[in-house]
Ligand binder design. Structure first.
Ligand code: NAD
Length: 259
């Protein structure tokens, strides 16, 4: 994977940041994207670049806006060169009873968790087709495979991104481009930390019991998944060794979806 150019969306924390580390460690130049404290992001990027000897650049594009998603992809090509690897990982959550679920949250979750991937893929594909090689990995979720209460927008968007993955994979396979989805179970990252209070409110459970009752009990392994475990699966799908894996929906879920 030496000298491949990658864009990893939503990579200022959690699974995305672990993926940047993994890809950089394998020799990729990477564009990092997401929100956070700019000085801290710059320090993190500089640290990864120093350790890996690759180029790490940053875009603060807000992917709920299609024009920013397109501009980010153009900037990545300008700064790094043609994009070989695209990991659509940015994601947000909102938890509420259906009859109280805010309309604006529905629109925002669909925009970030689903439509952003359409726009980045659309922007990345012409150069990938030209060079006859490309890797696209979409971070879906176990909630792209099964349902869950109080998360209508997230579940709909994650099911949607699996549909997008399958469509793209068939269309682009003849061009040497693969497109796959990974479906994490529960990984303790900011997205989960932020929803514990919302989960407690909607389920009536005390906050200290939410993690166990809502998340851990679904996973036969009985433990939280590390972001680096998901990153390893993503990086494998981005490698030459995974050339024949496309349209796959790969759980990294501690057995969540097996029962
Ligand atoms: P996280 O909160 O650490 O990461 C989310 C990233 O998305 C952050 O970098 C954030 O800044 C970025 N982001 C949010 N809104 C954005 C926007 N409008 N534009 C650009 N970037 C934006 O959480 P995570 O767990 O690492 O989540 C990564 C992906 O994994 C998400 O798609 C999430 O749905 C999925 N996932 C997570 C879990 C889990 O248990 N943590 C489980 C299944 C799926």
């Amino acid at each position: 994977m030496q000298n491949r150019n990658a864009v990893v969306t939503g990579s200022t924390s959690g699974i995305g940041l672990a993926t940047v580390r993994e890809l950089a460690g394998r020799g990729c130049n990477v564009m990092v994207n997401g929100f956070g404290d700019r000085a801290e992001i710059d320090r993190t990027c500089a640290g990864i670049a120093e350790q890996s000897g690759t180029r790490i650049v940053y875009s603060g594009a807000d992917l709920s806006r299609p024009e920013e998603a397109r501009a980010m992809m153009a900037e990545a090509a300008d700064l790094l060169g043609p994009v070989d690897i695209l990991v659509n990982n940015a994601g947000i959550q909102h938890v509420a009873a259906l009859h109280e679920f805010p309309d604006d949250k529905w629109d925002l979750l669909l925009a970030v968790n689903l439509s952003a991937a359409f726009h980045t893929i659309k922007a990345a594909v012409p150069a990938m087709r030209e060079r006859g090689w490309g890797r696209i990995v979409n971070t879906a979720s176990v909630l792209g495979m099964v349902g869950a209460p109080h998360k209508p927008a997230y579940v709909a968007a994650k099911h949607g991104i699996i549909g997008l993955t399958k469509s793209v994979s068939i269309e682009l396979a003849p061009h040497g481009i693969t497109c796959n989805a990974v479906c994490p179970g529960t990984v303790l990252t900011p997205i989960i930390e932020k929803q514990i209070a919302q989960q407690a409110q909607v389920t009536g459970l005390p906050e200290d019991q939410v993690l166990k009752a809502v998340f851990l009990e679904k996973m036969p392994t009985g433990r939280l998944i590390g972001p680096e475990e998901v990153a390893a699966a993503i990086a494998f799908l981005c490698s030459d060794a995974a050339a024949s894996i496309t349209g796959a929906v790969i759980p990294v879920d501690g057995g969540y979806t097996t029962h």
